[in-house]
Design a protein around this ligand. Structure first.
Ligand SMILES: Nc1nc2c(ncn2[C@@H]2O[C@H](COP(=O)(O)OP(=O)(O)OP(=O)(O)O)[C@@H](O)[C@H]2O)c(=O)[nH]1
Ligand SMILES: [Mg+2]
Length: 436
């Protein structure tokens, strides 16, 4: 009896420990930065129609700008705009407006590159006045359009002539401006201007210095190019964009349960607590015993009829790879229909097609964006990856595999449809993640 109580006591202690660890993981994030009266806040946003994975790329550009401002001695925090309900988030029954970044990414990790905070944190604790962004700059492409070669240019434009900015922002009471502001109706800005810009992230840095505003929203940040695409600095920001722990965990459980895939067996160790330690030996990852496919369908397949491969072509390629790698499982990350998945299976004789089930409760918990990340995480761990050419969703998977230590040959693969006219469908350029 005493022994039994002893075991129960140990189990109880173990339970308390587990829940302490769990509450630690899910604890509310607070920016790790000494905010003083001279700290400034850079908020940015992206054109409404852009998808999730291009937005991740724009984050990297914004983080690079803030990094360069900090490196030259200025004190800035990058404020993360709320996620609006994106076009691709098809579960319309679910409210998915103004989601926080911590639903998808690990802010502690991001904060190790530049100080970041959620927009709600900024608004509640750091706005100069309640419901106020001091200044909004609406960026537009400079009409020069690099006519005489590459030249950085930036100057104020005329908002009267900008139908996009007029549509999104308008004068309001007390000389203030109102805008769409992610559905937050009370928000206002004191100064609104249009800015014509072309060039790298650095072009904006001097311009910001001239403004006295403490908080500045740069709308249409995608107008700004990467400071140095593919540089170590670029990849530091990218590497810091670690998926949220709860999504990685869900993906890892699926890998273990259905695909016989674990980090130890697959040689994909991961330092999710600090991206700076995630430096794999080149080509060291083996990957789980399955082929991973990103089969982009829906609007993408419709919009790119001249280059997209048919489901049959994808199936035939997967069949070849299953034989080559002597595998019998295929994980398919897709926005395609059940019918398209069934069709894919019909062309694959040597293996079984897997896709994580996505019942309503799971979508409610992680939202459409979270499910997509779990999909990306699972395919990123496959022994061999076949993506969709020119899809940003695929590009992000390829980067993730690079960060995990996969060889380029098992990563930078995609199919062009047989019907593609010459020079219209481009195989992935293998930009490799630089670690130092
Ligand atoms: N769950 C899941 N969702 C997907 C998948 N592929 C696409 N989607 C959804 O569709 C969106 C695709 O938009 P983007 O992320 O911008 O990528 P893309 O449209 O493939 O690429 P670009 O048009 O070049 O920007 C994703 O963000 C997801 O919401 C997939 O494999 N799994
Ligand atoms: Mg897209």
């Amino acid at each position: 009896m005493a022994g039994f109580l002893h075991v129960r006591f140990i189990l109880l202690l173990f339970g308390i420990l587990i829940s302490l660890v769990a509450s630690e993981i899910f604890k509310d994030y607070k920016v790790n930065h000494n905010i003083t009266s001279s700290t400034r806040f850079l908020i940015y946003d992206v054109n409404h129609g852009e998808g999730f994975n291009l937005r991740r790329d724009v984050y990297v550009r914004a983080a690079n700008v803030v990094r360069s401002l900090i490196d030259r001695g200025e004190d800035w925090v990058l404020v993360l705009q709320p996620w609006r309900h994106l076009y691709h988030w098809k579960s319309r029954y679910l409210p998915q407006e103004a989601l926080q970044w911590k639903s998808f990414f690990d802010l502690q990790n991001m904060n190790l590159y530049v100080p970041v905070m959620e927009f709600t944190d900024f608004l509640e604790n750091h706005a100069t006045e309640p419901n106020m962004i001091d200044e909004v700059m609406f960026l537009e492409r400079h009409p020069d359009n690099f006519k005489g070669g590459f030249k950085e240019m930036i100057e104020y434009g005329d908002c009267e002539k900008n139908s996009h900015s007029n549509f999104l922002y308008s004068p309001s009471e007390n000389n203030l401006y109102k805008g769409w502001f992610w559905g937050m109706k009370e928000l206002r800005t004191k100064k609104f201007s249009c800015v014509k810009a072309q060039g790298h992230a650095s072009v904006i840095a001097d311009f910001l210095k001239e403004s006295p505003a403490r908080s500045i929203l740069l709308d249409r940040f995608e107008v700004i190019l990467h400071t140095s695409y593919g540089s170590v600095d670029f990849y530091e920001a990218r590497r810091s964009l670690v998926f949220a722990h709860h999504l990685r965990q869900e993906g890892d459980e699926y890998r273990f349960k259905y695909l016989n895939s674990t980090d130890i067996n697959d040689k994909t160790p991961y330092h999710g607590e600090d991206w700076r330690k995630q430096i794999p030996e080149p080509d060291s990852a083996v990957g789980g015993p399955y082929i991973g496919v990103h089969m982009r369908r829906g609007d993408f397949a419709n919009g790119r009829k001249s280059t997209i491969p048919s489901v049959q072509e994808i199936g035939e390629e997967v069949e070849k790879k299953l034989t080559e790698y002597q595998l019998d499982k295929v994980y398919v990350s897709t926005d395609g229909t059940h019918e398209e998945l069934d069709e894919l299976q019909s062309y694959i004789k040597s293996g079984k097609v897997y896709q994580m089930a996505r019942p309503k409760e799971l979508v409610q918990k992680y939202k459409d964006g979270g499910i997509a990340i779990i999909d990306q995480w699972i395919v990123a761990h496959a022994r061999y990856f076949l993506g969709t050419c020119e899809s940003t969703f695929t590009f992000r998977i390829q980067e993730e595999r690079d960060i995990l230590g996969f060889a380029g040959s098992t990563t930078f693969n995609c199919l062009c449809g047989k019907q593609s006219p010459p020079d219209t469908c481009h195989p992935p350029s293998s930009w490799r993640v630089k670690f130092a």
